[in-house]
Ligand binder design. Structure first.
Ligand SMILES: [Zn+2]
Length: 364
């Protein structure tokens, strides 16, 4: 059985601002009759009402018309009343009621689309993981930019602790003082708090851990002919630290776990221990090495340290014939090309240099 009446609220002249409870019904001619529950009970007749969706989310049906006393609106809120209004109406009115309901459905679809958008936003971290796997270079760059310097320094501490397990690290003494004196000239105004160390090892090597931890092997100091030559290597390592190459290398080689740990501020976990032990073997790209050469040279010039020292040391290492090339060369690829570049750059410089007041021969 079809419900012939439908409840709603009527708004109009002489009625409360919040509307009055009313019951509507259609007559055979498509006129709307509205009985209003006020005293005395009033019945209105709307001959050609307009029908539209209304309210938040278009959930209600609004039937409006011009009466003798002014404009009226009959608002139907409940699903049951809306349905009764539709099925009891003559066919052409029923179509208009349906069309108003359709606009509600269209709105609901839009809301569902909004839901999809929201889900996408919530899923972005997961999408990020996918992108990380697909394109770790760019994501590593993205991540490195967001890692605070304090966090990077903590990572440097961790690397240092791991390195101490592997080799004897000198914290003080004349060699450390010499390295620190030269190094501080190259790092004025840096965001890192630099710490300089000497490893008691015969290898010709040096490395910059994240966060401004620089370790120079005693073998490198021994093979440097002057403080300027040592400064050349330090400038290159400092440049790696300034450009955050080591941090980037660790983030890249460790992947997502490191990324999450670093971004959430937990760099103390065991995630990094392994990478820390492998840092001395970390290989930078050819491009990173070129960048470090350029930035290192720029820092030497700024500190008025003769860059011919850097050039001489590179030439010496490149010319050395050993069963295996010195690590600083083997882990820094494309030496010939880099040497040529550096030669050209240094030849173009016309500055006056201030000799470093450090005597390496007495150190050895
Ligand atoms: Zn390098």
């Amino acid at each position: 059985m079809i419900e012939r009446t439908f409840e709603g609220r009527l708004f109009g002249p002489g009625l409360p601002g919040t509307g009055a409870e009313a019951v509507g019904s259609w007559d055979g001619q498509g006129h709307l009759r509205v009985a209003v529950e006020v005293t005395p009970r009033t019945e209105l007749l709307a001959e050609s009402p307009a029908i539209a969706a209304a309210g938040f989310n278009a959930a209600s049906l609004r039937i409006t018309w011009e009466g003798e006393a002014g404009a009226y609106a009959f608002v139907i809120e409940t699903d049951a009343a809306r349905a009764a209004c539709g099925v009891s109406a003559p066919p052409d009115i029923a179509r208009r009621v349906l069309s108003a309901a359709g606009s509600r459905e269209r709105l609901e679809r839009r809301f569902r689309f909004g839901g999809v958008l929201l889900a996408l936003i919530l899923l972005l971290p997961l999408i990020g993981i996918g992108v990380f796997l697909l394109n770790s270079d760019r994501v590593a760059d993205w991540a490195v930019k967001r890692i605070p310097y304090e966090q990077e320094a903590r990572l440097g501490d961790l690397v240092l602790a791991q390195t101490r397990l592997q080799m004897k690290i000198l914290d003080s003494g004349p060699a450390v003082n010499a390295v620190s004196a030269i190094g501080s000239k190259l790092t004025t105004g840096s965001l890192h708090r630099y710490r300089w160390f000497v490893a008691d090892r015969p290898d010709v090597n040096a490395f910059a851990a994240p966060g401004g931890v620089v370790v120079v092997f005693s073998g490198l100091i021994r093979s440097a002919g002057s403080a300027e030559e040592l400064a050349g290597v330090l400038a290159h390592e400092v440049a790696h630290a300034e450009l955050r190459h080591s941090l980037r290398g660790m983030v890249k080689s460790l992947g997502l776990r490191a990324l999450v740990s670093l971004l959430t501020g937990d760099a103390s976990g065991g995630v990094f221990a392994d990478a820390a032990t492998r840092l001395t073997e970390l290989r930078f790209s050819r491009e990173a090495e070129r960048e470090a050469d350029d930035e290192g040279l720029r820092r030497l010039v700024k500190a008025r340290i003769d860059p011919n020292g850097m050039l001489r040391f590179y030439q010496k290492l490149a010319g050395e014939r050993r069963p295996s090339p010195p690590p600083i060369i083997s882990t820094h690829p494309a030496t010939g090309e880099r040497l040529e570049r550096l030669r050209r750059e240094v030849a173009g410089l016309k500055q006056k240099w201030a000799p470093l007041p450090i005597d390496l021969t007495s150190l050895k």
